[in-house]
Design a binder for this molecule. Structure first.
Ligand SMILES: [Zn+2]
Ligand SMILES: [Zn+2]
Length: 255
């Protein structure tokens, strides 16, 4: 079984003091590739460094909407320069977050808009972070004169209507710990209804540990737990689900 963690933050050094050991545990659980996502220039830089240092590690670079208050356009050139590294496979995580108010909506939109233009001109995939903002983000994408060719809503948590609008737009869905939570029948129902060739696994580690590990720090090895639960949701075997989601991730990110 080969699994891909398409979204984790091994670049958060406090949470992952020994990346080599973390990757060993991931491989022991079938997770042979991980994609590390930036939240600002510094964490993007670390993601790129990790991708150079370790086999099977790739990077996605950009500014998270919660960091957008510190973003200025001069940062975009630094992000753009990182795209020249072979193992940088996308722009993210960018988007809208109405749950927290670390940055105003205007700051989030300006930051995300700059990154979107960069992704479109560079022709690279986009990883969206969206929290309590699905309608506005989907409205925005629907109105883009040219949309990025590949987009994923990481840690998808929208409802059936959001899922169907995203499906129309060709968007992929990131599935992580919340699919295992007891109360999340509605999310499982939505995920079972979207095209299965659009589903990718992720941990968002160190956050969002799956059941029965909630409250403990998350890590890429846990993709195997998420895969097992998604297999049940889709009514397929664990190995079929691994094959499906891994091939989706390979196709989307080119890893
Ligand atoms: Zn996120
Ligand atoms: Zn994240």
């Amino acid at each position: 079984m080969r699994l891909v963690d398409t979204h984790c933050h091994l670049n958060f050094g406090d949470a992952f003091p020994d990346v080599s050991l973390t990757l060993d545990r991931a491989r022991a659980n079938g997770v042979d590739r991980v994609i590390v996502i930036g939240c600002d220039t510094e964490t993007s830089k670390i993601a790129v460094e990790l991708s150079k240092e370790f086999d099977g590690v790739y990077a996605v670079v950009g500014w998270h909407p919660n960091y957008a208050a510190n973003y200025s356009r001069s940062e975009l050139g630094l992000i753009e320069a990182m795209l020249s590294h072979k193992k940088v496979v996308g722009i993210g995580e960018i988007g809208l977050d109405y749950h927290w108010d670390y940055a105003t909506i205007e700051q989030q939109r300006a930051c995300t808009s700059d990154h979107l233009q960069l992704a479109i001109s560079a022709g690279v995939p986009v990883v969206f972070h969206c929290r309590e903002a699905y309608s506005d983000l989907l409205d925005w994408i629907e109105r883009l004169p040219i949309a990025p060719e590949k987009m994923v809503l990481h840690c998808f948590g929208g409802d059936a209507m959001h899922a169907s609008r995203a499906t129309e737009l060709g968007i992929y869905f990131g599935v992580d710990g919340p699919v295992t939570y007891k109360k999340n029948d509605s999310l499982r129902l939505v995920l079972a209804s979207v095209p299965s060739e659009r589903l990718m696994l992720e941990t968002d580690a160190p956050y969002l540990s799956p059941e029965p590990y909630r409250g403990k720090p998350n890590e890429p090895a846990m993709v195997s737990v998420i895969n097992a639960r998604l297999a049940e949701v889709l009514g397929i075997s664990v190995s079929e689900c691994a094959e499906l989601t891994t091939s989706n991730a390979e196709q989307f990110f080119g890893v």
